[in-house]
Design a protein around this ligand. Structure first.
Ligand code: F0G
Length: 463
């Protein structure tokens, strides 16, 4: 008899499996990525999604309070007493008409899923609480990640808040925003700033974790993705369990898109929804591996027989031309997305599309999102910039119901926000030196003499 919960190779041609407790996070037969798999027939599954509404009445139980674990029947890999929560997932799905108008959608058609409300300020806490729970189940005492900043901030708070593990963080030099670096330092993680970028750091951390037996919490870890499925459960909950037409998400290491498709395909399998939404993944043009491989090299999932040689030769050409990821959306400044095969499967499952948007459009979209009332970091705004592109192209209709995922909080990268709104050349140099010469929606600070009449005059003119 199979185990109730196990890990399974994502490649349908390979029958590789691993036990629940295995922490290699690679198929021992073929080296491919793993999924967390469940024998659903032998697990207690709610009859309808409305079941989860009942959890709200029980908010004094930390597991029902958590926006991840109140859906624990849908990620049933841990007994209740093993679950670790710091109150993640108390997030908001807000109707956003002003942003809809900017993107070209009709009023009432756009919702922003604001994951900046998590304890560490990004969606990463959804996955971290799941990975951390699994880490503890396996007896780990140290956990490591490579990060563009948010994964590391999240790992640092789970280590600090629970005192259960030592957090070890690999970051590329000069690549991380101060907001995120400050979190890693403040929460006491061992922070290793290595020469190189995120792609280099991710390679190293996998090597080091294997050598030292340290638990790895990057999204190659399939338990991370189990936690991130719950972002979609909360979207459905906010829409009264109606499936939207589109989910639009920024693409970096491609963990989110992979987990979202898993969430929806499992819900269909369990008879809890009847259709899946379409998925749109948005790269920054300076870090557009997925876009290029999908749209220019026509790489497809192809039932698991995707053409690895296309990926290998694309990476070889990046190396040959010494082309590194380069975008102001630093969270998604990634050239070698570790979940690429899973993301191909996700697009196949949810009739997905990929686009790449330039930094200037990302920053303009970010300003519009902020003016609409929810502050996000640049990478998050790629979702809205991508939506605007897709509406302009006619791929998304102005009548369709769309949810854009705002993955991280505006305070994660205050420098870029101030640079966007500033007239001071030294301050805005952060953007101009990276190719963003003009911005459309700057809200300039007004310089006023310290004089009552002058102040009054300015307010009367502008207020
Ligand atoms: N948005 C933000 C704010 C992120 O921090 C990340 C990834 C993404 C989007 C991309 O998500 O990898 O699931 O496609 N940040 C990682 C980190 C890489 O280290 O914090 P993805």
């Amino acid at each position: 008899m199979t185990e109730l919960v196990f890990q399974q190779c994502l490649n349908p041609q390979c029958s590789g499996t691993a036990s629940l407790a295995d922490t290699a996070f690679r198929c021992a037969r073929c080296g491919g990525l793993l999924d967390v798999a469940y024998d659903w027939d032998r697990l207690p599954i709610p009859k309808t999604l409305k079941h989860f509404e009942g959890k709200w009445a029980n908010r004094t139980n930390p597991l029902d309070f958590s926006g991840v674990w109140r859906f624990r029947e849908l990620l049933p890999f841990a007994p209740d007493d093993a679950i670790i929560t710091v109150g993640e997932g108390q997030t908001l799905c807000q109707r956003a008409d002003a942003v809809a108008a900017y993107a070209g959608l009709k009023p009432g058609r756009l919702f922003l899923q604001y994951e900046g409300m998590n304890p560490s300020g990004s969606f990463k806490d959804n996955g971290m609480s799941a990975a951390f729970t699994h880490a503890r189940m396996t007896g780990a005492t140290r956990a490591a990640c490579a990060s563009t900043g948010n994964t590391s901030a999240s790992l640092a708070i789970y280590c600090a808040a629970t005192q259960l593990m030592r957090g070890i963080i690999f970051i590329g030099s000069g690549k991380i925003s101060f907001g995120k670096l400050s979190q890693a330092l403040e929460h006491g993680a061992l922070t290793l700033q290595i020469q190189g970028d995120f792609d280099d750091a991710l390679r190293r951390v996998q090597e080091v974790s294997r050598q030292l037996g340290i638990y790895l919490v990057n999204s190659v870890n399939p338990f991370r993705l189990e936690g991130q499925k719950t972002i979609m459960y909360r979207v459905l909950e906010a829409l009264r369990w109606e499936v939207p037409d589109w989910i639009v998400v920024p693409g970096g290491n491609l963990g989110n898109v992979s987990s979202f498709a898993k969430a929806f395909s499992e819900l269909v399998e369990l008879g809890l929804i009847s259709r899946v939404p379409r998925l749109a993944v948005i790269n920054a043009t300076g870090a557009d591996t997925f876009h290029r491989l999908y749209n220019e090299h026509h790489l497809r999932w192809n039932g698991g027989r995707f053409d690895q040689s296309k990926i290998d030769s694309y990476y070889a050409s990046l190396d040959a031309n010494n082309r590194k990821a380069d975008t102001l959306a630093s969270a998604i400044e990634i050239s070698r997305p570790v979940n690429l095969p899973k993301a191909l499967r996700a697009l196949d499952c949810c009739n997905g599309v990929v686009r790449a948007v330039p930094d200037a459009e990302i920053l303009d979209a970010k300003a519009k999102i902020g003016a609409g009332g929810l502050g996000c970091e640049p990478a998050s705004a790629a979702s809205v910039a991508g939506l605007r592109t897709l509406v302009r192209e006619g791929v998304i209709d102005k009548d369709e119901r769309v949810v854009c995922i705002l993955t991280g909080h505006v305070l994660k990268d205050a420098d870029e926000t101030v640079a966007y709104h500033s007239t001071d050349p030294a301050t805005s140099a952060k953007l101009t030196t990276r190719g963003v010469k003009q911005v459309a929606f700057a809200n300039r600070a007004v310089q006023v003499p310290n004089d009552l009449a002058a102040i009054v005059k300015i307010i009367e003119l502008n207020g």
